[in-house]
Write a protein that binds this ligand. Structure first.
Ligand SMILES: Nc1ncnc2c1ncn2[C@@H]1O[C@H](COP(=O)(O)OP(=O)(O)O)[C@@H](O)[C@H]1O
Ligand SMILES: [Mg+2]
Length: 251
């Protein structure tokens, strides 16, 4: 090491200019001049208009903004479910334009956990089966998937509901089950789109606490789009999406 240098315990990464928190940890997301437009009736809808964002591994970030400002569109792009119309998106240093659809799907399955406002659980199956299902479809053995699902339910405080049909769970419990499902592949990042949008205040608080705890204890990065000040307040970084650009708010 040269005098004054910092031992980061790994390869030297290029200097970044994304604020005081950067520099220590490797880049998770880097977005440069990302543009996203949709064809509306008659005219184009410009949703993201040259957006830039740097997120490091283990970060937690809230994206707030008015309804229709593009939060879901941004999360879809971060989840590689949609492609930017222009601009660049890198995930862990790989430019997504260099991956074909199959490679992107693999990356998504292995590294990214999704939590939506609506949980998309199947009511007639048990909580345990719902959490295990995707892994089984992905080729995991039934027993291994059920064992891991049981661990994940424990992690979100739902071990006691494993054998209940999902239809019997409360809204807050369903959302925690959806979080357990998103944790099955041990993702690098959880992308949550208004995860407390359908919950009452108490259950919203529980979900906010859970996401903050998963970030702190496991180092899973979390990016949430939310209107909930309690949830936004638990994230280390906060961005406002306005006029197609992101503004990081100091706190
Ligand atoms: N597939 C689509 N086709 C056309 N317009 C879309 C599509 N998806 C989103 N939009 C428009 O893009 C804008 C941003 O939507 P969205 O990302 O869902 O915002 P938010 O999540 O912040 O409420 C809205 O005006 C919406 O109508
Ligand atoms: Mg939305």
């Amino acid at each position: 090491m040269t005098p004054g240098s910092v031992n980061t315990g790994g390869d030297a990464s290029p200097p970044q200019n994304s604020g005081e928190r950067s520099g220590q940890r490797p880049s998770l997301y880097s977005l440069r001049n990302v543009v996203k437009e949709f064809d509306g009736p008659g005219e184009k809808v410009c949703v993201l208009q040259g957006l830039n964002l740097d997120i490091q591994e283990g970060d937690s970030a809230a994206v707030v903004g008015a309804s229709g400002s593009g939060k879901s569109t941004l999360l879809h792009i971060l989840g590689t479910l949609a492609e930017p119309g222009a601009g660049e998106l890198s995930f862990r240093g790989t430019n997504m334009r260099t991956l074909d659809a199959g490679a992107k799907a693999r990356l998504r399955n292995e590294s990214i956990g999704f939590i939506f406002q609506f949980h998309h659980l199947l009511p007639e199956f048990t909580t345990l089966e719902n959490v295990a299902m995707q892994a089984v479809i992905g080729g995991c053995s039934m027993q291994a998937a059920l064992d891991r699902a049981a661990d994940m339910l424990e992690r979100v405080g739902l071990a006691g509901r494993a054998r209940f049909a999902v239809g019997l769970l409360s809204g807050g419990e369903r959302q925690r089950a959806a979080i357990a499902r998103a944790l099955m592949q041990d993702p690098v990042v959880l992308l949550a789109d208004e995860p407390t949008g359908n919950l009452d205040e108490k259950n919203g608080m529980l979900v906010a606490e859970l996401l903050a705890r998963l970030n702190a204890e496991q180092g899973t990065a979390v990016v949430v789009a939310t209107h909930n000040p309690e949830l936004a307040g638990r994230m280390a970084r906060r961005f406002e999406l306005k006029s197609g650009e992101l503004y990081e708010q100091s706190r």
